[in-house]
Write a protein that binds this ligand. Sequence first.
Ligand SMILES: [Zn+2]
Length: 254
Amino acid sequence: MGASRMASRDELLAFLDEFLEAGRFRDYGPNGLQVEGRREVRKIVSGVTASLDFIEAAIASRADAVFVHHGLFWRGHDGRLVGWLKQRVQRLLGADLNLFAYHLPLDAHPTHGNNARFGARLGLAADARFGEQDLGFIGTTAAAWSLEGLQQRVVAALGRSPLVLAGDGRPLRRLAWCTGGAQGYFEAAIAAGVDAFLTGEASEPQAHLARETGVAFLACGHHATERFGAPAVAGHAAALLGIEHEFIDIDNPA
Ligand SMILES: [Zn+2]
């Protein structure tokens, strides 16, 4: 460990594509190698988002590759490399740094993904899945939790207080969760019969749905809930390939 063995970029890409079953998902952007850098990788740095601050920190940390949940190219972009996007791409290319990005495959992975790792930190394991492409996780508590108890688990797991839209105060036995901006999954979670739903963000409609259905809704932070999958997967890949790994967290209150 920590020795300077090298892996090839292509070996790393093949491992990640297969481990995350990247070809199985319909996604909002390309999964896999988004920007090609040097051929040999001694160190991979993981993070949540390929922001300029993150790219600079990875370069300072002598990374050969970065692995993120939120890459650079999303559906809706018109493809022009100008402004902030030009800056990020220029830094990557200038440093010959590989950018690997996996979005939904990283949320969904059953043991190393964002949902699996966020659930584990709350003390939950999935026994069912729900929602589009089965991205949402559902688990059962051993003994019923109170809403206050669930809130305390979120604070302990993430170091921040969630926005809570209380339901009808029922004991919580069936819980659903999906990291990031999955507030739109709340209806599907309600339909699946759960007592509470946790995600990263909230929008206006969820407050009404929580009141009218009695199902509690907790918005725990988009970045905060998505910090666990990238280091789990990149760390696993690095350990298997004998290369170095470091997780760099760029704070984000949203
Ligand atoms: Zn996200």
